[in-house]
Design a protein around this ligand. Structure first.
Ligand code: IPE
Ligand code: IPE
Ligand code: MG
Length: 239
């Protein structure tokens, strides 16, 4: 690595896990873990931006998370609601462009409206792209993308033989965003849990035991250091 330049990944994706365990360890309700986790996301977004990361994608609520008790789902949705309603000034100041990925149609109407407003108001910002995955599942995203492509084939605007990898990428919620270079998962779990399955084909994976509410700039730097020790070969030979 010594003769190579230190690389900052252009796109970092994070599976923010361990809010519940963090709270339990302190004798607090799980929702306190989520509240602390929400604060950490805001700080990490700023840190990532200062470090020169161009895109940050975070997994906030999966298509599987509806299986949690209603009270926890409501608390998570309320945190997201608050974020959408309060972050506009900060996004404007920091030039952040927001995109929510996932199926938004299942979210409460006021939340959908707040998301649409925030996306619209920040769409011309030229700083870091911040993707928040809400009611997101990679299989569901692919299902919706395939349906869109199939509709185009059915109405004659797309030929089946023109469905190449770029067309598939373009049919996903992350259309136009480069694939993640680095995927981080916190709190010791080493699985993907239905996150960005198409997009992480060649991402470097990094797992840490730190629970998300304890994650900080130093932890992000550690992950990027580890990334710098990886040899990305893409099926070729070591250069
Ligand atoms: C991550 O923390 C946040 C969400 C999945 C919404 P968890 O709530 O999964 O925390 P643990 O895994 O139970 O500790
Ligand atoms: C993945 O975490 C989803 C989010 C971080 C939003 P989970 O805690 O839901 O994942 P599993 O259930 O342990 O796989
Ligand atoms: Mg979890």
């Amino acid at each position: 690595m010594s003769d190579k330049e230190y690389r900052i990944p252009a796109h970092v994706a994070i599976i923010m896990d361990g809010n519940g365990r963090w709270a339990k360890k302190r004798g607090l309700p799980r929702t306190m873990g989520h509240a602390q986790g929400a604060k950490v996301v805001e700080q990490i977004l700023e840190d990532a931006d200062h470090m020169g990361i161009r895109y940050l994608t975070v997994y906030a609520f999966s298509t599987e998370n509806w299986a949690r008790p209603d009270s926890e789902v409501t608390a998570l949705m309320n945190l997201l609601r608050t974020y959408m309603k309060t972050s506009l000034a900060k996004c404007a100041k920091n030039n952040v462009r927001i995109r929510v990925i996932g199926d938004k149609t299942r979210l409460d109407e006021d939340l959908q409206k707040a998301i649409a407003h925030l996306e619209e108001e920040t769409k011309n910002n030229t700083g870091i792209g911040f993707q928040i995955a809400i009611n997101y599942g990679a299989r569901d995203e692919m299902r919706r993308g395939i349906q869109d492509l199939a509709r185009k084939v059915a109405d004659g605007t797309l030929k089946p033989e023109d469905i190449d990898e770029a067309a598939i990428s373009g049919s996903l919620d992350t259309a136009g965003i480069p694939d993640p270079d680095l995927l981080i998962r916190t709190c010791g779990e080493e699985r993907i849990s239905n996150f960005l399955l198409w997009q992480i084909a060649y991402s470097e994976l990094y797992f840490t035991d730190k629970a998300w509410p304890d994650f900080d700039k130093e932890e992000l730097e550690k992950a990027i250091d580890a990334f710098n020790h990886r040899e990305r070969r893409y099926g070729g030979l070591v250069s």
